[in-house]
Design a protein around this ligand. Structure first.
Ligand SMILES: Cc1cc2nc3c(=O)[nH]c(=O)nc-3n(C[C@H](O)[C@H](O)[C@H](O)COP(=O)(O)OP(=O)(O)OC[C@H]3O[C@@H](n4cnc5c(N)ncnc54)[C@H](O)[C@@H]3O)c2cc1C
Length: 393
């Protein structure tokens, strides 16, 4: 079976049932819940627990390891529903896709040791340490180094924007095992480790939260002679960059699904408001100047949703889908941002009032133009790898 292939266990009817169940779960976490957390920049522990206990976060883990063994289409439907309900999957979405590195490239012993407990939620694998302050988007320029000493690696360096690490038991860490100057290709000499944060905290790992414009539990992480057992190396030493790339399409598709959910939330919210807000003795939605931006956002989000579906279908079939996954992320992030802007405008001054949740969702959905991959880098991928234009960097 191709590496990214999952059993096509779910048909349309099953996906519809999953959507219904997620929507019912999300109804228990209304705007007030998210607003209160947003004010405090607090982690949605209860929401994440509910999603975990329902098994939704383990949907991509194969049944033999205690998950439900569903395909990416089901995972995308779950995250889309979360966002469509006004909730936010960013607190836990990484658990769905970063375990893929362990699943595809981990040894039988590693999978048996970690995956069943990740599936039950006994172990949270939420943190993904890739980005560094001085490397930015150029991942091969990372400087965090893991040096082998006998049966362990000694890790030194720094990550930035490592989200959810304070709410995670495990971290997937990307580090150089050979300095960039000593490898023939810059993509070589990078390795992936599973760091057990329960052991590492205070013993070589320190964490500093970063307060951001939206409620996102993100941090800087510092490594000072952290010891990682050599048995926690995933796959072969030096091949980690490729392992991470293997997981990118899943990440793109799932984040795109969240964007579609956001867009649908904004469009529903704006439509409802435009029908009921009376100004000049008529609903504002009677004015084409108000209608058309809503209709345009709707068309953009439906078109983007088709691309997300296409990418998910190809992914499940084990077919190359880099082009489609990247376009899905690009179009969906643009659609959600367009819908967010439209929703604020439709609400006039009330779009800025906390109690409408519009300004919160507006702040939340802006992230997807930048992370986990910025729009420019997707355009560069399409230009170079799909259209054959000269490489720009
Ligand atoms: C809230 C949040 C959560 C995050 N969570 C995680 C996480 O959990 N784990 C993790 O590893 N990372 C995480 N990230 C990091 C995120 O993936 C990066 O911010 C993103 O990849 C961009 O990198 P950068 O911020 O260093 O921007 P830079 O690389 O400095 O780029 C800055 C700008 O320049 C543009 N640019 C750079 N190079 C080029 C080029 N060659 N051509 C055209 N444009 C270019 C970029 O598109 C961008 O707009 C998170 C970021 C945020 C903000």
């Amino acid at each position: 079976m191709p590496p990214n292939s999952q059993p096509a266990a779910q048909g349309g009817a099953d996906i519809a049932a999953i959507r219904q169940a997620v929507a019912a779960l999300c109804a228990r976490f209304p705007g007030e819940y998210w607003r209160a957390l947003d004010r405090e920049r607090a982690y949605p522990t209860d929401f994440v627990r509910a999603l975990t206990e329902s098994g939704f976060l383990a949907c991509l883990i194969p049944e033999e390891f205690g998950g439900s063994g569903l395909g990416i289409g089901a995972a995308a439907a779950i995250l889309e529903e979360v966002h469509k309900a006004g909730c936010n999957g960013a607190a836990c979405h990484a658990q769905m896709y970063i375990m893929g590195t362990l699943l595809r490239h981990g040894s039988a012993a590693q999978k048996a040791e970690w995956l069943p407990r990740i599936a039950t939620g006994a172990l949270r694998l939420q943190a993904f340490g890739v980005t560094e302050p001085s490397a930015g988007t150029d991942t091969t320029a990372i400087r965090t180094i893991a040096r082998r000493e006998g049966d362990r690696y000694i890790v030194n360096g720094q990550k930035v924007w490592t989200s959810r690490v304070e709410h995670s038991d495990l971290m997937l860490l990307l580090a150089r095992t050979t300095p960039r100057g000593d490898v023939a290709k810059r993509t070589e000499g990078i390795s992936v480790f599973l760091v057990d944060l329960r052991e590492a905290r205070g013993k070589g790992v320190s964490i500093r939260p970063i307060r951001t414009m939206m409620n996102h539990a993100t941090t800087e992480v510092f490594f000072d002679n952290l010891e990682v057992p050599a048995r926690n190396l995933i796959g072969e030493e030096g091949k980690g960059f490729r392992y991470i790339l293997d997981g990118m399409n899943a990440e793109r598709i799932l984040i795109a699904a969240e964007c579609i959910g956001d867009a649908r939330w904004f469009i529903a919210k704006a439509s409802d408001y435009a029908k009921t807000r009376i100004v000049f003795n008529r609903p504002i939605g009677q004015n084409q100047g108000v209608q058309f931006p809503i209709a345009r956002a709707y068309a953009a989000s439906e078109a983007a949703a088709l691309m997300v579906e296409r990418a998910a279908t190809l992914y499940e079939a084990g077919t190359a889908c880099g082009k489609e996954a990247n376009m899905a992320k690009l179009l969906a992030a643009d659609a959600s941002w367009q819908a967010a802007d439209m929703c604020i405008q439709t609400h006039g001054g009330f779009g800025f009032a906390e109690e409408y949740d519009v300004e919160r969702k507006f702040r939340e959905t802006r992230l997807y133009q930048v992370a986990p991959i910025s729009t420019n880098l997707i355009l560069a991928y399409l230009a170079e790898h799909v259209l054959g234009l000269p490489r720009s960097y």
